[in-house]
Each structure stands twice: as structure tokens, then as C-alpha cells.
Design a binder for this molecule. Structure first.
Ligand SMILES: [Fe+2]
Length: 280
């Protein structure tokens, strides 16, 4: 993958409804925004007006939740058509979705469900990603999800699965460090093993977010600040993958914009320290 295809955009935050006025009126200092693609697949109205205004001043990335690339249902061509239309209009730096499935048999579970990690599933998902990339006319990024269960049928680790899908599909990776931390805690593996196994040339973006601690398990709720453990993991990841585009995700109990902007600045500061020459 050519690194110019996925430029280091800097330190961004998710564009969320409570911050629309603040962003448009005050033009805050932030490098870029990530949008949830489905929130803008509408015929008109305020969301698209807001996005027009934001796009005039900032780079954006389109992040989807409905691709269901791991499902056995046929790919949703209508959805992909809407995604392509949105991308043509707003020219995102790239398009991403998740390495998961969200339904089967025409039923949508409205959740991101993990796959069994097998050779058969690698071939299945990679083939579908290639079709998606042909339709969209560009490489996409696939993000690792948080999970709370594993399949008995799995024959390899999640990180081996993610790396193999990315290689066979020739796509990029959006590495969510909070998701790695949450899944590692819930399933009892070392998150460093995960990061060390991911091909560096495939990784184009990081996600950082907060989780809820339920004692014997962690829940990926995106409603807390980034934890100290995830910041440490981020610093490790920057040493391995470089200061690539980094995004603060916050989707529930959304605080004032300044809180998100401060977290993005903290990522910038930590990345600057950890990507400095001589620190590898
Ligand atoms: Fe994420």
C-alpha cells in the first residue's frame, strides 16, 4: 500500500450532533473529522448542510457501521450505491467499516458481531472486501471490533485473521486500540501480541475511545475518557506504526467539544514523544 493513499491527517474527533453548531460557528482547531456514514445517507436537511460546511474547512473520513462484510447475505448493493454517492459528493480521505457481520437472513441485529477465525472465513471476507473496493473504486480500511465471545470453530487468533484478511483483500486496517484492550481483557490475551502481529504497511488509522469497567469484563461503550492503559497501548502502537491519523471516538454521554479536542491534543503530544527519532 502506498502511504500517500492514506495520508497522516493528524488528530481528529468524531463529528457528533451536539457539536454541529460549535464546529460550524467557531471553527475550532482540530485537524479532521470522522463521520458515521449512515447518519448522512439522507435526501437533505440539516445533517447534509452541516457536512457541506464542515467539509469546506476540514478533511473528513467516512466510517460506516452497516457494511456487514462478514455476513453470508449478499452484499447490499443499494447501501454501497448510497455510500459511493456520499463519497463522490464529500470526497473523504478514505472510507472504513468493521471486520464483522451485523445480520443474516435479511435480519439486522444492529450490533457488530465477531466472526469465527478460520481459513474459510478469511477467503469469504477477503473476497467480499475486494468486491466492495471495486464498487467504491478505492481501498477501504477494516476496523477490529470489541468482542465478548469466541467461536469454538476458530483455528487462529483474531490478529492472525485480521492480518490475513487485509493481505488477501489488499485493504487497509483501522486499528482501534480501545477495542484491542477491551477484547484482550475479556478473552485473556496480551494486547502487545496483537499489535506486534499486524503488518505495519497496512495500518492507516487509529481509534481511541473509552470503555465501561464491569469488574470481570469490559464493555466498549464509547462514553468515557481514554483510559491510562489504552494511552500506553497507543504510545506502543505509534512506536510500531508511526504517527498515523488518530481519532477520538465518543458516542454516548458526549461531553463538550473542548473535552474531545483536548483528548486529540493529548494524542498529538504523546505521538510526538513516541515517534521522535531514537525512541524505537
Ligand atoms: Fe472504533
Amino acid at each position: 500500500m502506498d502511504s500517500s493513499e492514506f495520508p497522516a491527517l493528524g488528530y481528529g474527533v468524531g463529528l457528533r450532533r451536539p457539536h454541529y453548531s460549535r464546529v460550524i460557528d467557531d471553527h475550532p482547531h482540530i485537524d479532521w473529522f470522522e463521520i458515521i456514514s449512515e447518519n448522512f445517507m439522507v435526501d437533505g436537511g440539516r445533517p447534509l448542510e452541516v457536512l457541506e460546511a464542515v467539509r469546506r474547512d476540514y478533511p473528513i473520513v467516512m466510517h460506516g457501521v452497516s457494511l456487514s462484510v462478514g455476513s453470508t447475505d449478499p452484499l447490499n448493493r443499494d447501501y454501497l450505491g448510497c455510500l459511493l454517492e456520499l463519497a463522490r459528493r464529500f470526497e473523504p480521505a478514505w472510507i472504513s467499516d468493521h471486520l464483522c457481520w451485523t445480520g443474516a437472513g435479511g435480519h439486522n441485529l444492529h450490533d457488530l458481531i465477531p466472526l469465527p477465525y478460520t481459513e474459510e472465513a478469511i477467503r469469504h471476507v477477503a473476497g467480499r472486501v475486494r468486491v466492495v473496493q471495486e464498487i467504491l473504486g478505492r481501498r477501504i480500511l477494516l476496523e477490529n471490533i470489541s468482542s465478548y465471545m469466541t467461536f469454538r470453530a476458530s483455528t487462529i487468533t483474531e490478529w492472525e485473521f485480521l492480518a490475513a484478511v487485509a493481505e488477501q483483500a489488499d485493504c487497509g486496517i483501522l486499528l482501534d486500540l480501545n477495542n484491542i484492550h477491551v477484547t484482550a481483557f475479556n478473552q485473556g490475551f496480551d494486547p502487545i501480541d496483537y499489535i506486534d502481529a499486524i503488518p505495519a504497511h497496512r495500518v492507516a488509522q487509529f481509534h481511541l475511545a473509552g470503555y465501561s469497567d464491569h469488574g470481570d469484563y469490559l464493555l466498549d461503550t464509547h462514553d468515557h475518557p481514554v483510559s491510562a492503559a489504552v494511552w500506553r497501548l497507543y504510545e506502543y502502537a505509534v512506536r510500531r506504526f508511526g504517527p498515523i491519523a488518530t481519532l477520538i471516538e465518543w458516542d454516548d454521554h458526549i461531553p463538550e467539544f473542548a473535552v474531545l479536542a483536548e483528548a486529540a491534543e493529548e494524542a498529538r503530544m504523546r505521538a510526538a514523544c513516541d515517534s521522535a527519532p531514537g525512541l524505537m
